[in-house]
Ligand binder design. Structure first.
Ligand code: SF4
Length: 452
């Protein structure tokens, strides 16, 4: 599973390029396919391309005292350079740049409407659709913020937006607050970021989250406008896996939530064992929580090769079978003869976990008890996370016991939905749990969840 995107924005009285670069760099985990920055003083300038932030901006610099940036892993649309963001939109009333994290559920109907009115699309992203709607509403109302408000009323789905318009940075969060978006401050200046870890990196303090349904505008000072209201549904997987552990989202420190997920899992599914260990890196914080909760010592069981890049492609099946060992190798002295509790954040197909368990047994592990710090994933995500179709989730076809047998675990247990909700600390009704429960709160465009 891959997170789709991150946005960053900054308004200052000096050039903002370097700050946006480092802000995006801190959020590289949210998208590695393309990166882009748009800045503005007299006019908007954009540099973007395919690759990591450090690759795309190797010899680039843009002047301008306000700007936005984006890293992307394709949500809708293909992985190609035309779809890299920010997008630049020229229309009769002017020009703006826009960057988006999320996924619009009712995009097909809206795209058809735009095309019937003579509009054309040059990318396959839903971000261009949002841009078309804003431009169209701006032509009608003559007021950019009113145009954004009117656009929000038409959209169903998840969207955290950074917009650069007329020397201002504008942040927009969907009424359900599915994806994170926060505001930072240093001195007089304001920052916009998908995650607070980016604010820490650029030396800004976290002021607050952008409220669900809120529009914030950074100009000479920060202004806030209300958009439509809707049912809250924060993505539970931001807490379990996607966000960086040093971020704080909607008042919840991610590291603490992950430790609590492990601690509650130890309470729900105890087992006698000698050590608690993690699938690195995704299960480490959960494993520390499980160790704290169970009193069983935490130990590193694997050494990870940190130089296996994202472009490391194993050309044939035989080499692919080597894949897990190339990426991580068990530490025999730690695992030999031991009863192990192995923590991970989730199971998608279970193929990697099966190989990891095999490698532990080959290194002499006596027992391997797998504990998963979230409930079984059975359904795809419609709100901005790249997931498989239902048929590819092992949990949509097999019982927990069958999955345990398939991956070769002595025992397997998942965290309960109640345990997940307790650890995150939001009420159950304020969370999206659709990939676990199949109940899609923003699925049906006909079912209006946004108050008019
Ligand atoms: S379906 Fe799952 S991954 Fe997608 S927004 Fe909801 S909780 Fe997050």
């Amino acid at each position: 599973m891959k997170e789709k995107c991150a946005v960053f924005g900054f308004q200052s009285d000096t050039d903002v390029f370097e700050t946006i670069y480092y802000g995006l760099h801190a959020m590289q985990h949210r998208g590695q396919e393309s990166a882009g920055i748009a800045t503005c003083n007299d006019k908007i300038r954009i540099h973007k391309g395919m690759g990591l932030v450090s690759e795309v901006f190797r010899n680039a610099y843009l002047s301008g005292n306000c700007g936005i940036g984006h890293v992307r892993y394709s949500t809708t649309g293909d992985s190609k350079s035309e779809n890299a963001q920010p997008l630049l939109i020229n229309y009769l009333k002017g020009v703006f740049a826009i960057a988006h994290n999320g996924n619009i559920v009712n995009q097909e109907g809206l795209k058809k409407m735009i095309e019937e009115m003579g509009g054309t699309f040059t990318t396959t992203t839903d971000t261009e659709l949002i841009a078309h709607l804003i431009a169209q509403e701006h032509l009608k109302t003559g007021d950019f913020i009113k145009a954004v408000q009117a656009t929000m009323k038409q959209l169903v789905g998840s969207y955290s937006l950074a917009i650069l318009y007329d020397g201002m940075v504008i942040g927009v969060r969907d009424p359900s607050g599915v994806r994170p978006l926060c505001i930072g401050r240093k001195g007089e200046h304001h920052y916009l970021a998908s995650e607070s870890c980016a604010l820490d990196t650029v030396g800004a303090e976290l002021l607050r989250d952008v409220k669900p349904g809120e529009i914030v505008v950074f100009g000479d000072q920060m202004k806030s406008y209300s958009g439509p209201k809707g049912r809250l549904c924060h993505c539970m997987f931001e807490y379990v896996y996607f966000a960086r552990a040093d971020s704080v989202i909607d008042g919840r420190p991610i590291y603490k939530v992950r430790r609590d997920l492990g601690r509650i899992l130890a309470r729900e599914s105890p087992v006698e064992a000698d050590i608690v260990c993690a699938v690195p890196d995704s299960g480490i914080t959960h494993a520390i929580g499980y160790a704290n909760g169970s009193g069983i010592p935490y130990s590193e069981a694997f050494m990870k090769n940190r130089y296996v890049g994202r472009t490391f492609i194993l050309p044939d099946q035989k080499q692919r079978e080597l894949g897990v060992r190339v990426k991580m190798n068990p530490i025999r002295s730690e695992v030999e003869g031991k009863r192990i509790v192995l923590l991970d954040d989730s199971i998608v197909r279970g193929t990697t976990l099966k190989k990891i368990i095999e490698s532990l047994r080959k290194s002499g592990a006596k027992e391997v008890h797998v504990r998963i710090a979230s409930p079984p994933i059975r359904n795809p995500c419609l709100y901005g996370i790249d997931m498989q179709t239902s048929g590819e989730f092992i949990a949509s076809e097999k019982s927990v016991e069958e999955i345990g047998k398939t991956i070769g675990a002595d025992t397997l247990a998942y965290l309960s939905v109640d345990g997940l909700v307790e650890a995150i600390g939001h009420s159950r009704g304020d969370l999206c749990l659709a990939c676990l429960t199949g109940e899609y709160p923003l699925e049906n465009p006909q079912r209006k969840l946004v108050d008019e």
